[in-house]
Design a protein around this ligand. Structure first.
Ligand SMILES: [Fe+2]
Ligand SMILES: [Fe+2]
Length: 140
């Protein structure tokens, strides 16, 4: 059975909580990460943070366009004192985002929300790029 508009809004609000959490987590990790091998990725984490906030704005707009109310709740943020572990935490977040947005694109299409599906595809592409940056820094 296809998803209802209400369930779709609920999932978008969960995506929004993840976006806020990712933005905060990236700001912290970018500031705390140390080691010359992580210089380049530290700068990239700031870029990721800003892009997550853009996603939060885009998701919020989708929710209001669908007559929902965007949340201000924030999902769990993960921190570490070990640089490599921070990047692993960020990678888990990106993989979660990719899995969730793939579902969301399909659901948007099922609901006939093709414009929203298109924006979600762009968000998905950003998350895939974030994952690529983290993986190359982790040597994966
Ligand atoms: Fe994002
Ligand atoms: Fe991301």
């Amino acid at each position: 059975m296809a998803i209802t508009k209400e369930e779709f809004i609920k999932e978008l609000n969960k995506d929004l909580e993840y976006e806020y959490a990712a933005a905060i987590q990236y700001v912290q990790h970018a500031a705390v990460i140390t080691g010359p091998e992580y210089d380049a990725i530290a700068k990239e984490l700031v870029v990721h943070s800003n892009e997550e906030m853009i996603h939060a704005t885009q998701i919020s707009t989708m929710i209001t366009d669908l007559d929902g109310v965007p949340t201000v709740d924030v999902d769990e943020r993960r921190v570490s004192t070990v640089s490599k572990e921070m990047l692993e935490q960020d990678l888990v977040g990106e993989e979660t985002a990719i899995r969730r947005y793939k579902e969301r694109v399909g659901q948007a299409r099922d609901l006939g929300e093709f414009g929203i599906a298109r924006v979600l595809e762009q968000v998905l592409m950003d998350e895939e790029e974030h994952r690529r940056d983290l993986m190359s820094s982790l040597g994966k």
